[in-house]
Design a protein. Structure first.
Length: 470
């Protein structure tokens, strides 16, 4: 029975539709797998088995009637615990929100339910989502299913671990500086950071307003690109609660036309070195796309270092200014990771009106510069991060004779939050330690369909998801 949990979300939906797989049995298999593996992983922080079983019975009834079936009818999914799911905890890993129960579903959760998906529960995150690893004082740390001594990443680490370990068929994370892509890379799954507003962040904590609306998004995570594509199509569309929303229609991509798109790739940014296996993974993906008929050549746009610096001024400095009042007077309840982040952010002076305005203007300038350079090569391949999954608590690494600090190792993701560009992660290789290594596929704003089509070609040529040994 457990074998069905290893299927893709689309395969599950197809078998349910053809009455070859019972939604009730499918949900039960996932609940059993969670019971078996969650004590090792600590991925889920709040399950709703009673409602999941009720929804599974409703999905089975829909199949028996031959009507009212959604695209993911009966498929079990999970949601990061920073997104409202009615009746479940939405604490964002913080004692300051301990016991907070969402009163209603976020729009994206409603869209999943309308598609027939069954919500199993919500998954762990670092406090206020401010880390690339998942640990907090409420629920503790989440472990990587490839190596329990290592992190599954952050801030969507619980979500990535659950999906990689086949405890969930797919789900939703959020990303302000790599928080979907880094956990996908660390855990060997796929993830999509969309353009801000393409998928509504309404019902997410912290709220998608001000600086967070400029760089933060919610997006799908899954084991295959096809599942990612299906989730994206269900989740996308404007909502009045997201200030970045725009009525961008879905586009169907013709594979033949897509192959005319010129693709650029780079193995490192010239500032932060990456592991040899990371370089090899990018080269492997580039060669794979050449074999698939794409035009691929080395290309690295100018302006990425400026983008990194500006990203920190928004995520770090402005983000700390927004979160600071919530923490005032309750410092003894704050997790060590968040205290560490606050210390890094506090080392710089807070924004004045002039400095924030200047940051905003510089952001627009560098976006225009990068987009102009990408007219000829509208898709980029590059690393996701400098290293694969690190051991719990590590803060620096030695690469090519250079010390890489914690905040620098993830700049490969941060650029594209600042620039507002969609970026997907596809698993491509393994490190010497047997850890997964993903490659990032990046496009221009609102070009998620193109990014996903190229990602599917990378996956097809490179093999994609492997089941972890947990």
């Amino acid at each position: 029975m457990e074998d069905v949990t290893r299927l893709s979300a689309l395969a599950m939906a197809d078998l349910v539709r053809r009455k070859q797989l019972s939604p009730v049995e499918l949900v039960e298999a996932h609940l059993q797998r969670i019971e078996k593996l969650n004590p090792k992983l600590n991925a889920f922080v709040h399950l709703d088995p009673d409602r999941a079983r009720r929804d599974a019975r409703a999905a089975e009834w829909a199949v028996s009637q031959g009507a009212g079936m959604g695209l993911l009818n009966g498929v079990p999914v999970s949601i990061k615990s920073s997104i409202d799911v009615a009746g479940l905890r939405c604490e964002a890993g913080s004692k300051l929100r301990d016991g907070y129960i969402a009163s209603h579903d976020a729009p994206l959760v409603g869209r999943l339910r309308a598609a027939g998906a069954v919500i199993l529960g919500v998954t762990n995150s670092p406090e206020f989502l401010m880390a690339w690893e998942t640990d907090n004082l409420l629920y503790g740390r989440t472990n990587n299913p490839w190596d329990l001594s290592r992190t599954a990443g952050g801030s969507s680490g619980g979500e990535a671990a659950a999906i990689a370990a086949c405890c969930s068929a797919g789900g939703v994370g959020s990303d302000g500086g790599g928080s979907i892509r880094m956990p996908a890379h660390f855990s060997g799954i796929c993830g999509l950071k969309p353009t801000p507003g393409r998928i509504p962040a309404t019902g997410h904590f912290p709220n998608s307003v001000g600086p967070f609306a400029l760089i933060g998004v919610v997006g799908p995570m899954a084991r295959t690109v096809a599942d990612l594509q299906q989730l994206f199509e269900i989740l996308q569309g404007p909502d009045e609660g997201d200030p970045s929303a725009a009525p961008v229609p879905l586009r169907k991509m013709d594979r033949k036309d897509v192959r005319q798109v010129r693709i650029g790739y780079f193995e490192d940014d010239g500032r932060t070195p990456v592991t040899a296996e990371t370089r090899a993974a990018v080269r492997t993906a580039a060669l794979a796309l050449e074999r698939a008929g794409f035009q691929v050549a080395p290309f690295r746009p100018d302006g990425l270092e400026v983008a990194r610096q500006l990203w920190w001024k928004i995520f770090g400095v402005a983000g700390a200014m927004l979160l600071g009042p919530m923490m005032a007077g309750r410092e003894n309840e704050i997790s060590p990771i968040l205290k560490e982040f606050s210390g890094w952010a506090g080392a710089e002076p807070p924004h004045t009106a002039e400095s924030l305005l200047n940051t905003w203007i510089q952001r627009d300038v560098v976006r225009m510069q990068v987009f102009t350079q990408m007219k000829e090569r509208p898709i980029l391949l590059c690393p996701v991060g400098a290293i694969p999954a690190f051991r719990h608590g590590e803060r620096r690494w030695k690469l090519d004779g250079k010390t890489v600090e914690y905040l620098d190792a993830w700049s490969y993701c941060e650029w594209f939050n600042l620039l507002g560009m969609p970026a997907a992660v596809v698993p491509v290789g393994l490190s010497q330690e047997g850890l997964p290594i993903g490659v990032q596929v990046v496009g221009l704003p609102w070009q998620e369909e193109l990014v996903l089509t190229v990602s599917a070609a990378v996956e097809q040529e490179c093999g994609g998801y492997r089941e972890p040994p947990v």
